[in-house]
Design a binder for this molecule. Structure first.
Ligand code: ADP
Ligand code: MG
Length: 547
């Protein structure tokens, strides 16, 4: 496919040519046509796949030539990304004098930005905090807005911009296009999608590394001794049709199977100590749907191929890192979406999990366990759907007769329905465990983790293992000590143990990575600065009025 086949204007085509792009990347090929139609889009693909052009080109193309006011707002997580995206948009619109992009971000003079906004900027690319700030000052007005784009939405949420984003989305015209790009799809993103997008089209580029990418992966930090309750909550909330739970020992498999059966789940154990006939029976039950939860050891599960496993749970972390891939590979088969949920308890398991993430390059997002209330609400939702679909089905003649008889006895259809629904609800009530969130939810371990910023990134062709190698080399610390490594265009962030942050900075600063001299500093300062910058307008009660 060529850009020419995408129905773009001549001005755009020549700008693209001047940029040296010869053909659209896969995400561009898929997203541009849908976006040109004006549809809402959820886009998923890895970094470096050309997302900026995927949303930037249609945004520019759809701008009106004689319009007034801001028509497009692009939100990015950082100043660097906002500047970069603005630069690209400028290039795409090089031959379109009616397009005036402007970048607004914290840590820079607001006066200059105000001047630019006043000069009639009509595509705004900015960080949520500063955008809120400008809205508050009325230097940015969004009445004419036609499109909002959330770039790297998951990253924005990670950085604590959720409230700002929601506030902005609540206060832009209802009639608009809403586009969201994200590398991962944690529940918080899905919530935003549900709340603010209309019938969005999913545009996804599968990563070549295989199945793992199509599987949503979460981990849960569970208080000691509460893993069975945590698992029960997840099973009750999601009600997967077929799921597999992995434990490391046969004994644990047996115990867990028994406990889950007691709690009313259709669960069964599978491990090497069982006789062949027993195993065959269990597998038959699982394939036939009589058993919906299969609890197994890695060895017993090897070679099992069941279609349609929609969830995998790691009750225990796998002892061998490669097992993680094997385990989660049980789900998400044949292009279907799957999910893997991993339960961890305690610091050691948290570090082991980080090792797995690094080894497998898996994106495992921290998840929140559903509360008992979440579970019961979800059940009511399901019951409601069930009743709705039954109501659309054929009427059983006897049911009709019975209802008439009841009505003759003075029981209305409504009374009958309420009684029956009540009974249904009663049936589904079982003991729902509750795990308190306050104590255990937030970053207990992360709290002891600091982040440092290293002044090299993608542009210097840096890969995570270079960074890790240099860190181990310079600090003398074990590779295990370092957490998530995120590589951006011109910088990289690394999680380091809080107590070692000074040591890391001292030994790494002014060193070299892959031939590049680097500076290293603490990440925190920037956050603080960002907070500083939007201080005047973050007061909640003022916010609404300022729009
Ligand atoms: P992402 O947002 O997916 O991480 P970017 O939009 O930043 O990716 O693009 C990554 C790089 O690829 C940029 O340097 C961009 O200019 C370049 N690029 C994007 N699309 C094309 C294309 N169709 N042909 C060649 N280079 C491209
Ligand atoms: Mg990008």
């Amino acid at each position: 496919m060529r850009f020419r086949d995408l129905n773009l204007s001549e001005e755009m085509l020549s700008a693209i040519e001047e940029m040296g792009y010869t053909e659209p990347s896969p995400i561009q090929e898929k997203a541009i046509p849908v976006l040109m139609e004006g549809r809402d889009v959820i886009g998923r693909s890895n970094t470096g796949t050309g997302k900026t052009a995927a949303f930037g080109i249609p945004a520019v193309e759809r701008m009106s030539r004689d319009g007034r006011g801001v028509e497009v707002l692009i939100l990015c997580p950082t100043r660097e990304l906002a500047m970069q995206a603005c630069g690209e948009i400028r290039k795409f619109s090089k031959h379109m004098p009616w397009i005036k992009p402007a970048a607004v971000y914290g840590g820079a003079s607001i006066e200059k930005q105000i001047t630019e906004l006043k000069r009639g900027a009509n595509i705004i690319i900015g960080t949520p905090g500063r955008v809120m700030d400008h809205i508050g000052r009325k230097t940015l007005r969004l009445e004419s807005l036609k499109e909002v784009i959330l770039d790297e939405a998951d990253e924005m949420l990670n950085m604590g911009f959720r409230e700002d984003i929601e506030e902005i989305l609540k206060n832009v015209p209802e009639e608009r296009q809403t586009v969201l790009f994200s590398a991962t799809m944690p529940p918080a993103i899905l919530a935003i999608t549900k709340k603010f997008q209309k019938d969005p089209v999913m545009v996804k580029i599968e990563n070549k590394t295989g199945t793992v990418e199509s599987i949503e992966q979460y981990y849960y930090d569970v208080p000691a001794g509460r893993k069975t309750d945590a698992l029960s909550l997840l099973l009750m909330f999601w009600e997967p049709k077929l799921s597999m739970v992995f434990c490391n020992t046969k004994r644990m498999v047996d115990e867990l199977a028994e406990e889950l059966c007691t709690r009313g789940f259709k669960a069964a154990a599978l491990h090497g100590d069982m006789k062949q006939a027993q195993r065959t029976q269990v597998m038959g039950g699982f394939k036939g749907g009589r058993i919906s939860i299969l609890i197994a050891t890695d060895v017993a599960a090897r070679g099992i191929d069941v279609e349609g496993v929609d969830m995998v749970f790691n009750y225990d972390l796998p002892q061998d890192m490669e097992y993680y891939i094997h385990r989660i590979g049980r789900t998400g088969r044949a292009g279907k979406a799957g999910a893997a949920h991993t339960l961890i308890s305690g610091k050691k398991q948290f570090y082991d999990l980080r090792d797995i993430m690094r080894f497998t390059k898996a994106e495992i997002t921290k998840g929140e366990l559903p509360s008992a209330k979440d579970v019961s609400e979800k059940r009511l939702d399901r019951l409601c759907a069930e009743i709705k679909s039954a109501a659309q089905g054929e009427v059983v003649p006897d049911a009709q007769k019975l209802l008439e008889r009841l009505e003759a006895d003075g029981i209305s259809a409504r009374d009958a329905a309420i009684a029956l629904i009540g009974e249904k609800i009663g049936e589904s009530i079982t003991q729902i465990p509750e795990i308190k969130r306050e104590k255990f939810s937030s970053e207990r371990y992360n709290a002891k983790v600091a982040k440092v910023v290293i002044s090299v990134g993608r542009r210097q062709k840096i890969a995570p293992n270079y960074i890790l190698g240099a860190l181990v080399d310079a600090t003398g610390m074990p590779g295990k000590a370092f957490g998530k490594i995120d590589i951006f265009d011109s910088h990289t962030t690394v999680e380091v143990p809080d107590e070692d942050k000074e040591h890391v900075i001292e030994t790494m600063n002014d060193g070299k990575i892959n031939g590049n001299k680097v500076t290293v500093r603490l990440f925190d300062g920037k956050r603080e600065q960002r907070r500083e910058n939007r201080k005047p307008f973050v007061k909640k009660d003022n916010r609404k009025k300022k729009f």
